[in-house]
Every structure is written in C-alpha cells, then in structure tokens.
Ligand binder design. Sequence first.
Ligand code: AMP
Length: 168
Amino acid sequence: MIQSYIRDVPDFPKPGILFKDITPLLQDPKGLELAIGGLAKLVDPASFEIVVGIESRGFLFGMAVAHALKKGFVPIRKPGKLPWKTASESYQLEYGSDKIEIHVDALKPGQRALLVDDLLATGGTMEAAIKLVRRIGGTPVASAFVIELGFLGGKQRLDIPVHSLVRY
Ligand code: AMP
C-alpha cells in the first residue's frame, strides 16, 4: 500500500503543517514502483504528448512518468533558474506570494501537456502552472499527483481533470 511509504512529519516547515514526506517512498524500490507505475496507469498516454513537472518534487515524479510513457519533459522552475526567455506567474501563498517560470519555447503551439506535482494542497501552485502552460500556447489536458489533500479543496480550483494515487 502506497500510504505506508509516506511519512507524516508534524509542524514542518512551520507549526500546524502536517508535512507529507515522500522520501521513504523514493527510497524503496517497491514504493517507487507503486508511485511511478501507479501514476503512469492513472493517465491516458494517448491524451497528451509531453509532461510538465513543477519544481522540485514534481521533477522526481514527472520525469519518471515521462520516461515510462515515452514522452518528453518540461520543467517549471522557481524564479531566476531558467537560462532562456521565460514566462512567469505569481500566486498567493498562505503568507505572501510565490512565482514560477517556464521557457517560452518549452511547448509547441497547442501541444497537449500532462502536469505533474507530488502533492495537491490548496491548488494554488497547479493553478499557476496551468496558466503558464496556456500563456506559452500549450494545452493542459490533465494533472497528476501522488498525494491529494482532499479536505483543502484544491481540485475545485482547477479546470482540468485531477488524478491522484492517495487522497487524505
Ligand atoms: P498548493 O499550492 O497549496 O496546492 O501546495 C502544493 C505545493 O506545496 C506542492 O508543490 C507540495 O509539494 C507542497 N505542499 C503543500 N502542502 C504540503 C504538505 N502538507 N506536505 C508536503 N508538501 C506540501
């Protein structure tokens, strides 16, 4: 069971947050197979051409799923990391705001993309990623997560289908 590889860490990175630690899942070959094989089976490979992963844990899962399904991979990164021309999107956090960026030529016009991150909480990060993909001319077709914190309602905020392996 994939849940048994996810470690709950209370009060990280700040008081009141129950952090879902996926490092035990990555460490164990069975856990890794449950995650990558599971994600690859959740999505329809014919519905998209490329995987977009969100820094940084979205890279771990997005890249592996892309390789398993013989797709390419595009990184969405924190500001100032991508060397070429970028588009950027700011979004609100509980306290303050954050920003993510993508290369303007990362997707071909209309190219259909699967967006991947490790965990869906309030949905703010994925909502910004969807906007970015559209801004550079791509077509987000679905999002996929290892973990969904259903009680935070992030899914309601997204206008593309949400796939997740574990819901809390
Ligand atoms: P959100 O934008 O609120 O959906 O938050 C999603 C992003 O924050 C993801 O990239 C997660 O990795 C991270 N995140 C949010 N809450 C948690 C949590 N409880 N445990 C681990 N990561 C989290």
